[in-house]
Design a protein. Structure first.
Length: 396
């Protein structure tokens, strides 16, 4: 019996110890919570927020890992090692910028030319010597090349070489002379355009050279090779520039236009000059209204006019008025030809609209500005004129 009593005492002691150990932990946590100077509900809320934040961090880490795996899979698909067959990396679509760079670097061949300026005769001789390694434009791997030569100061006067059949290395040895006053040399470029001849379709452009004469020492004969560049697209012909001033006085309903001068006008006569004059026209509600013109200046491409005109335009009409300035070449024998024109008004754009707006914003103050002449067809199409116009009759 004493052994049983001893074992009973040991077991009871163990139970009490276990009971003590199980009740100690809650008491310890309660002691810590009691020491925090916050209500229990606040402590529980903070713990819940911390747990939620921890859960969000875990989710973000998981999502990021998944995205990395997907990107890695895409890279593995594009790599050259995973592509079957004999395909190459060129099958991957390049960026547009890469395509543009590739076009610029495309070899079109070389052209040998010569330049010789005769100061006494005031003319320049352009020699087309030969070409080498031209781009093949025909299906047979060859081309039928020829060269067009002209000056930017007179694009109507163009020369062509002979056509050489089925060759990428033609020898031309042809020269062409153009009249050119020495004062125009700095503003002129020689253009040599190489084409592939096609009998039954449009001729294909192989490449071109634009030689700014201001970059050359014309005291000596120039002869050199150059790489052909990409042909220019829709280059607009330079027609000249004109300067005029505008002033509008609302109190008197007077619109004043002063034609000051023009420069670098297009050559219209066979002697390389023009006989320019200027027409000033008002258009009201897309219909021709009033017009005046300057005197004719003989044999010049840079005329000075300084002629003024005044129009009566009511303030309520000024928003619906277009001002058209056109430069003409006077010809005694044949019909006068338009060199170029420009229009201003609320329907205009760019410098023309800016000039018109400055005039309206500064009443009674003349506003002068230079404008580049535009092709006649473009301006007429924009204006869409109606030729007939009848002023309203006064009521009796």
């Amino acid at each position: 019996m004493p052994g049983k009593a001893a074992s009973y005492n040991v077991s009871t002691t163990t139970v009490r110890a276990n009971a003590t150990s199980t009740t100690t932990a809650p008491g310890f946590i309660d002691n810590i919570l009691n020491k925090i100077p916050l209500p229990k509900w606040a402590i529980i809320a903070i713990a819940a927020a911390a747990g939620l934040l921890l859960l969000l961090c875990v989710l973000c880490i998981i999502v990021k890992c998944c995205c990395r795996k997907r990107k890695q899979k895409k890279k593995d698909r594009i790599t050259l090692g995973n592509i079957n067959g004999s395909t190459t990396a060129s099958l991957v679509q390049p960026d547009l910028e890469d395509l543009d760079d590739g076009l610029k670097e495309e070899k079109r061949g070389r052209l040998q030319y010569s330049l010789e300026y005769n100061f006494r005769r005031q003319e320049i001789t352009v020699g087309v010597k030969q070409a080498a390694d031209l781009k093949a434009m025909d299906s047979g791997g060859t081309s039928d090349p020829y060269v067009i030569v002209y000056l930017t100061s007179d694009r109507k006067k163009k020369y062509e070489t002979k056509v050489y059949r089925k060759t990428l290395n033609p020898v031309f040895n042809e020269s062409f002379s153009f009249p050119m006053p020495q004062v125009d040399v700095a503003d002129t470029a020689v253009v040599l355009q190489v084409y592939d001849f096609n009998r039954f379709s449009k001729h294909d452009s192989i490449g071109e050279l634009q030689l700014q004469l201001a970059d050359f020492d014309l005291q000596h004969v120039i002869e050199e090779w150059r790489e052909l560049s990409t042909p220019s697209k829709n280059e607009q012909e330079h027609l000249g520039e004109i300067c005029f001033s505008l002033r509008y006085v609302p109190s008197t309903s007077k619109l004043s236009v002063v034609i000051l001068e023009a420069k670098k006008l297009k050559r219209m006569d066979t002697d390389g000059l023009s006989d320019p004059y200027v027409k000033v026209q008002l258009i009201l509600n897309k219909k021709k209204w009033k017009k005046k013109k300057t005197s004719v200046k003989k044999n010049t491409l840079s005329p000075y006019f300084n002629e003024g005109f005044t129009f009566d335009v009511a303030f309520e009409q000024i928003q619906n008025v277009d001002l058209v300035i056109s430069v003409w070449d006077h010809d005694r024998v044949s019909k006068n030809e338009q060199i170029g024109k420009v229009f201003l008004g609320c329907r205009a754009t760019g410098n023309q609209l800016r000039h018109w707006s400055d005039m309206l914003a500064n009443p009674r103050r003349p506003i002068a500005q230079w404008h580049s002449l535009q092709p006649v067809e473009e301006v007429d199409q924009t204006l869409a004129l109606k030729t007939r116009f009848k002023l309203p009759l006064p009521t009796s």
